[in-house]
Write a protein that binds this ligand. Structure first.
Ligand code: 13P
Length: 340
């Protein structure tokens, strides 16, 4: 393991003004996204859509890395250029989702454990040769009566750490993603406790399994009331609670925290990241690794038509720029209208 290289990659991924695009939708998830715009999920359509995003000129000013899915890291653009090369040509670091999904956890109704450890060492070696320099593994936790259970928290922490150690061994920066679901009726206090428990157990497992914390990134949920909670709060309260939770759980050696968007609207995800950065400076860089919040407007503008590719790129670049501004607390909602 070359820690200097790993920590260099991790720091490049959270360079000032930059964040990550999560474009690693699995077959089922991308089908859902395409269904929403009435486009069939064929291999060519998936390629065309991702080619559109990766060739948006100037994306590299705001996007440091892109998380790819197994199919995508092997695909080439319509002119034969590997999609990975399109990213590298824009100075963007290719990454790869390596978990194989959250599966039902035995004897734990409603809870999951994330799979994908078998053969991971060999898969990581191949992904490295294909250009991947960072990876992602997502564990999920529901909040509710007795949830998440200690059992669920422990098995996912253990798996996240096993994945992270194998990544570092292979020269790949692991993004560890313990996602406490933001769906539900729970309060912000319950989200705080669940997030604190998931992260505390995970960092303990990471240290026990000899993972170097300066060579990882954390991809968490924000601490907020469940979407169906009757007690909604302001972006400032969410920002304060999230930072307070992470100060208690995330060692300062971790170079960056890159949030998932998790079903927040694109503008909410930007405004809340902005509110957190306004409370800085923090021990870690606070950035984004958004899927839906970076892609939703681009997907809508594209609608599967070649004639809309420029509009799709413009919509993507706009969201990327707004989130880039939120990295330093310089975003205001008025910037949305002036660009429309
Ligand atoms: P969302 O931002 O759409 O939640 O996706 C990020 C991601 O990679 C979830 O694993």
């Amino acid at each position: 393991m070359d820690l200097i290289e790993l920590s260099g990659t991790a720091r490049a991924l959270v360079a000032p003004g930059k964040g990550i695009l999560a474009a690693d939708e699995s077959g089922g998830t991308i089908k859902k996204r395409f269904d929403s715009i009435g486009v069939e999920s064929t291999e060519t359509n998936r390629r065309d859509y991702r080619q559109m995003l990766f060739t948006a000129v100037g994306a590299g000013d705001y996007i440091s890395g892109v998380i790819l899915y197994d199919e995508t890291i092997r695909q080439s653009a319509s002119d034969g250029t590997p999609l990975v090369k399109l990213l590298q040509d824009q100075g963007i670091i290719p990454g790869i989702k390596v978990d194989t999904g959250a599966k039902a956890l035995a004897f734990a109704e409603g809870e999951t454990v994330t799979e994908g450890l078998d053969g991971l060492r060999e898969r990581l070696a191949e992904y490295h040769t294909l250009g991947a320099r960072f990876a992602k593994w997502r564990a999920t936790y529901s909040v509710g009566a007795g949830l998440p259970s200690d059992y669920c928290v422990d098995v996912n922490a253990h798996a996240l750490a096993r994945y992270a150690a194998l990544c570092q061994e292979a020269g790949i920066v692991p993004i560890v993603e313990p996602e406490v679901y933001m769906e539900g009726t729970h309060t912000i206090e319950e989200a705080f406790l669940a997030t604190e428990r998931a992260q505390t157990a995970m960092f303990s497992a990471l240290v026990q399994q000899r993972v170097e914390l300066e060579g990882i990134l954390l991809k968490p949920n924000m601490v907020l009331p469940g979407y169906d909670s009757t007690k909604q709060v302001s972006d400032e309260v969410i920002a304060e609670a999230t930072i307070r939770c992470f100060r208690a759980t995330v060692p300062a050696t971790v170079p960056g925290i890159v949030f998932l968007s998790g079903g927040q609207s694109d503008e909410q995800a930007t405004a809340r990241l902005n509110a957190m950065n306004k409370l800085g400076p923090h021990p870690w860089q606070l950035s984004f690794s958004y899927g839906r919040a970076l892609q939703a407007p681009a997907l809508k503008a594209w609608k599967g038509a070649a004639a809309n590719v420029d509009a799709g790129r413009a919509a993507f670049l706009h969201r990327a720029r707004m989130n880039s501004l939120a990295r330093s607390g310089e975003y205001t909602p008025a910037m949305e209208k002036s660009a429309a």
